[in-house]
Design a protein around this ligand. Structure first.
Ligand SMILES: [Fe+2]
Ligand SMILES: [Fe+2]
Length: 368
């Protein structure tokens, strides 16, 4: 079991906590990440079937105006366009609306075609037990201090993708697709739907924060998995919610309140989400790119399933978050379901994406 010290920072103990740097651990990280996605897919499917049986879907869509958890396989509602100067400015109104529309390719997807949930269940549960125990307020503050006080590496985005890809280059050939395959599948699916170039780039780099795995991580629990706020009450809508009972913050007088250290509708920008590849890559992209705020939200919140899928923590949202939620949900289907697409030739696509990266990361070589 991992232990948490007085300042909340986990110490290396028997379960996992060394910085993983070999192909075996790399495969495990990949499997955990895939398992996490799969759990969410199964959860969506079950939820959808239940609702379909009771013929509630259409009624809910028309009557609750966005208050219902959105089913990825059935798509999302489209919304009004951004008018903020910092937001997406499309070339014409059609394009401005189109980027939010659901993909035709994933409307009727069968989640059973993905890996078997039964095989993954124990590992996923074990992973979340550790993650939910160790993601404390103190750990998160320390992780952010660590991030801001040093540069872990200086390289281009593409070099980062290649570095991340080494996780699987050395592993067995019959394992899951590599990170760069997933990045290209996601980006190509977005491109296939003629979404804006910034959106395609999000597909390419959204998981690049898993580079944390090579740097400061203490295991898998601070790199992958669903994210959630720390510093306020843990929602029952987070996966495996009972495992929070081992978290030192669970019984903390302040952190166990509904609002905790936050206030009503304070905005998610002011909320500390559990540290992992989303939060890390968000900061890297924010510091080094000209990507619009919708893109940054997609990167930052793509693993925040309790929010974008389960409708939790609405009381922390401000008006800006309502707009960003649409963007995050638009992205989610591509992240989840593009894995059924073909595997692309990296060398063939590389020139296109190098140009795309340069368009939004002007300094090219950046601090990770
Ligand atoms: Fe991710
Ligand atoms: Fe992903």
């Amino acid at each position: 079991m991992s232990g948490v010290s007085g300042n909340g920072v986990t110490k290396n103990t028997s379960r996992s906590s060394k910085i993983p740097n070999n192909d075996k651990n790399g495969r495990l990280l990949e499997k955990i990440d895939d398992d996490v996605l799969l759990v969410n897919q199964i959860r969506d499917k079950l939820k959808y079937n239940k609702r379909k049986d009771s013929s509630e879907i259409r009624q809910e869509k028309s009557s609750t105006d966005g208050d219902v958890p959105i089913d990825v396989a059935k798509g999302i509602e489209t919304g009004n366009s951004e008018e903020d100067r910092d937001s997406v400015e499309s070339e014409d109104e059609d394009e401005e609306q189109a980027w939010k529309e659901q993909s035709e390719y994933y409307k009727n997807i069968d989640t059973k075609t993905f890996r078997q949930y039964e095989l993954a269940c124990d590992r996923v549960k074990q992973f979340y037990e550790e993650q939910h125990e160790c993601q404390t307020v103190a750990y998160n503050i320390q992780a952010r201090i660590n991030f801001k006080t040093k540069s872990r590496a200086r390289m281009t985005i593409w070099e980062g993708l290649e570095k991340l890809n080494k996780l699987l280059d050395e592993s067995d050939p019959d394992t899951e697709l590599s990170q760069i395959d997933h990045a290209l599948q996601t980006a190509e699916a977005i491109k296939r739907d003629k979404k804006p170039r910034w959106f395609q780039l999000v597909g390419l780099i959204h998981d690049l924060g898993k580079l944390l795995y090579f740097f400061d991580s203490k295991g898998q629990w601070d790199v992958v998995g669903d994210t959630f706020p720390v510093g306020c009450k843990f929602s029952k809508r987070i996966i495996f919610p009972d495992s929070f009972k081992k978290n030192p913050d669970f019984l903390n007088r302040l952190y166990s309140n509904k609002y905790g250290i936050y206030s009503k509708n304070c905005g998610l920008d002011n909320v500390m989400l559990s540290w992992g590849h989303d939060e890390y890559m968000y900061h890297v992209a924010k510091n080094n790119s000209t990507l619009p705020k919708e893109a940054l939200a997609m990167i930052r919140y793509h693993s925040f399933y309790p929010w974008h899928h389960e409708n939790a923590y609405k009381y922390l949202m401000d008006d800006h978050d309502k707009e960003m939620l649409e963007a995050v949900q638009s992205f989610n289907a591509y992240d989840l379901y593009s894995k059924i697409d073909k595997q692309y030739d990296v060398d063939e696509l590389k020139p296109y994406y190098l140009e795309l990266i340069d368009e939004y990361f002007p300094t090219k070589v950046i601090d990770f």
